[in-house]
Design a binder for this molecule. Structure first.
Ligand code: CA
Ligand code: CA
Length: 295
């Protein structure tokens, strides 16, 4: 899918902490990716973030890379590369940026590193065909220096081993876990950072999904036995791939990685139950570490 309206207003931090997850909101004009040779032809988005090909109304997913470049420029310099008093004038500036010196001039006096400048040039490449792809940008040298989770530390290993214990006995149980993970505020999670780091460590290509191959590599390394790892990964996919798309997203991963003993405490379940209990026509009991819903 491509988003076509990447901008600071559409990016939220989940918590105030430094390692907060960020979430993109407002998928109103997002679209599924067109087949490779097809393009979209309707000008949508926010002018200051718009790629030149969007203004020319002939574009594909590369328009998101350009908008990310504008956003990165804003983050690094507190300014936009284009600036004018009207939308039309900004559009004209963007269209006129097809000049080999434009980026060079724009960045020459900026107090940012050469690595950042080079990366910005790749993202703000005028021709979409020559512009870096999202996949390649994740592996760019400048980005990779911030991606420091190279090893399996103790916390990551513990989190990944929790995944091996997951077993849903009933569909209702699976639904409840999904509900807790998707609706609880992060203050409920004691070890959300560990879960995030474990997810990032396994997600080698940075696409936000754990493929069977990525999981097998991770468990193979942890267990020292790739044949065993393959078996475990089959089990993980069976229990955690709830939308059956062949990969594990962060919500699915969270369900398996949170330790059941630590996560399902009475207090947390009661908070969760209050969220359910809008119509107040069912009750909730915890007995000997088991929980029951009574309708
Ligand atoms: Ca991945
Ligand atoms: Ca899935």
């Amino acid at each position: 899918m491509y988003f076509s309206d990447i901008k600071s207003e559409n990016i939220l931090f989940q918590t105030e902490g430094e390692s907060s997850l960020i979430k993109i909101i407002d998928f109103g004009i997002a679209k599924s990716l067109p087949p490779p040779s097809n393009f979209f032809h309707k000008k949508v988005g926010t002018t200051i973030y718009m790629a030149p090909e969007v203004i020319r109304e002939h574009y594909n997913e590369k328009c998101d890379v350009w908008s990310c470049g504008i956003l990165l420029h804003l983050m690094l310099t507190k300014s936009f590369p284009f600036d004018a008093i009207s939308k039309e004038a900004i559009e004209q500036q963007i269209l006129d940026s097809n000049n080999s010196n434009f980026l060079q001039k724009m960045l020459e006096n900026k107090m940012i590193s050469d690595g950042a400048k080079n990366f910005l040039k790749k993202m703000l490449e005028y021709e979409p065909d020559k512009r870096i792809s999202i996949e390649k940008s994740f592996h760019d040298e400048w980005i990779q220096q911030f991606y420091l989770i190279k090893t399996f530390d103790e916390k990551i290993i513990r989190t990944l081993k929790n995944l091996l214990q997951i077993k849903f006995e009933r569909k209702l149980q699976e639904f409840l876990w999904m509900f807790f993970v998707n609706h609880f505020s992060s203050s409920i999670y004691d070890n959300e950072d560990d879960v995030l780091h474990a997810f990032q460590r396994v997600d080698l290509n940075g696409d936000g999904l754990l493929s069977k191959e990525e999981l097998t590599l991770a468990y193979g390394e942890i267990l020292g036995d790739f044949r065993k790892a393959k078996k475990y990964v089959e089990k993980i996919m069976k229990y955690l791939d709830s939308n059956k798309n062949g990969s594990i997203d962060f919500s699915e991963f969270m369900i398996g990685a949170l330790s059941q003993e630590n996560f399902l405490t009475r207090k947390k379940l009661q908070i969760g139950f209050k969220m359910f209990d809008k119509v107040r026509n069912y009750s909730f009991r915890i007995k000997r570490n088991k929980y029951f819903f009574c309708f």
